[in-house]
Write a protein that binds this ligand. Structure first.
Ligand code: ATP
Ligand code: MG
Length: 276
C-alpha cells in the first residue's frame, strides 16, 4: 500500500503542529458530564494513550473525536481544520479512523473480504451485493484485493486469508478488525481497548503491530487501554481521564510517579506491570 508521504498541507507547512488538537471539550448527557473541559493533542508519529477508570470518559472522547458524539462546546481540529460536528464517515475520509470496543467483523466473510470492506465497499449484507451496487470494474477489484492482501500479510494473517472470520480465535478476529481500519488508509488511528479479552501472547502480537503501524507506516495512534504494562511500554505520552476531566498528562515515567494519578485513579496499589 502506498503510504502518504505527508498527510496534509498543514503538516507540510508546520511540521511540528499537532495533527489532532482538542481544546476545552464539554460533553453532557443530561446531568452526566462525560467530558469536562478536556484538551489533548497528538503529534506526528506519536503513540498517545488515554487511560482512566471505568466511566471516566475515554470512549466518549474517542466518540467525540470520530463524530459519533457531538460535544456541546470546545474545539477539535484535524490537520488544522475543525471537525467538530462532522459526520463520522467524513471524519474517516479526512483520515481519522477508529476501531471499536469489542469486535466489529462480519463472521461469514473471509479475512480478505472483511479487510476489503474497509478498502471501499460499504457494509452491505454480502460482498456480492456490494459488487452489484457499486459495479466495480475487474481492475478496481484487483487493486482492492491487492491492498487487502498486503494488509493481511503485514498483520500475519496470510495463512488464514480465505477462512471465514467466524472460525478464527478472538485475537485473530481483533487483528482482522484492525486490518479493516488500516484499509481505510488512516492518517491517524484511534483504537479503543484493542487488547481487551486477549491472552498474553495475543497482546504481544498486537503490540508489535501497533508499534510497526506507528514506526513503519508513520501513522500516529491514540489508544484507549486498561492494561498498564502495555500502556507504559508503548505510549510516548499518556492522558489520564477521571470523571471526564484530564487529571494529568505526560510521559509514562511522569504518570507513574504523579501523586494525583496514584491517589485519585490508580490508588496505592498501582504497579507499573499491573492492569488498571
Ligand atoms: N450515549 C450515552 N448516553 C448517556 N450517557 C453516556 C453515553 N455515553 C457515555 N455516557 C456516560 O458518560 C460517562 C463516560 O462513559 P464512557 O463510556 O466514555 O467511559 P469509559 O472511560 O470509556 O469507560 P470504560 O472503561 O468502562 O469503557 C459514563 O458516566 C457513561 O454512563
Ligand atoms: Mg470505554
Amino acid at each position: 500500500m502506498n503510504r502518504p508521504e505527508t498527510a496534509g498541507t498543514l503538516r507540510q507547512v508546520h511540521p511540528t503542529a499537532p495533527i489532532l488538537d482538542v481544546k476545552g471539550v464539554n460533553l453532557r448527557f443530561g446531568g452526566v458530564r462525560a467530558l469536562s473541559d478536556a484538551s489533548m493533542h497528538v503529534g506526528q508519529d506519536e503513540m498517545v494513550a488515554v487511560i482512566g477508570p471505568n466511566g471516566a470518559g475515554k470512549t466518549s472522547l474517542l466518540n467525540s473525536l470520530s463524530g459519533f458524539y457531538r460535544p456541546q462546546d470546545g474545539e477539535i481540529t484535524l490537520f488544522g481544520e475543525s471537525i467538530l460536528g462532522m459526520a463520522p464517515h467524513r471524519i474517516a475520509k479526512a483520515g481519522m479512523v477508529r476501531t471499536f470496543q469489542g469486535i466489529h467483523v462480519l463472521s461469514t466473510l473471509s479475512v480478505i473480504e472483511n479487510i476489503m470492506l474497509g478498502c471501499g465497499f460499504n457494509a452491505r449484507s454480502t460482498l456480492f451485493e456490494s459488487f452489484f451496487y457499486h459495479v466495480l470494474t475487474w481492475r478496481e477489484e484487483m487493486a482492492l484485493r491487492a491492498k487487502a492482501e498486503e494488509i493481511a500479510d503485514f498483520l500475519d494473517l496470510g495463512l488464514v486469508r480465505h477462512q471465514p472470520v467466524g472460525t478464527l480465535g478472538y485475537g485473530l478476529r481483533k487483528r482482522v478488525d484492525l486490518g479493516r481500519a488500516l484499509a481505510l488508509e488512516p492518517k491517524i488511528l484511534l483504537v479503543d481497548e484493542p487488547m481487551a479479552g486477549m491472552n498474553g501472547e495475543e497482546k504481544e502480537d498486537l503490540a508489535r503491530f501497533l508499534v510497526d503501524i506507528r514506526e513503519l507506516w508513520k501513522i500516529p495512534i491514540v489508544m484507549v487501554e486498561h492494561d498498564m504494562s502495555v500502556v507504559m511500554d508503548l505510549a510516548d505520552r499518556i492522558y489520564v481521564l477521571n470523571f471526564g476531566q484530564v487529571l494529568a498528562h505526560g510521559k509514562p515515567a511522569e504518570i507513574q510517579t504523579n501523586q494525583d494519578v496514584i491517589r485519585a485513579y490508580l490508588g496505592g496499589s498501582y504497579r507499573a506491570g499491573g492492569a488498571a
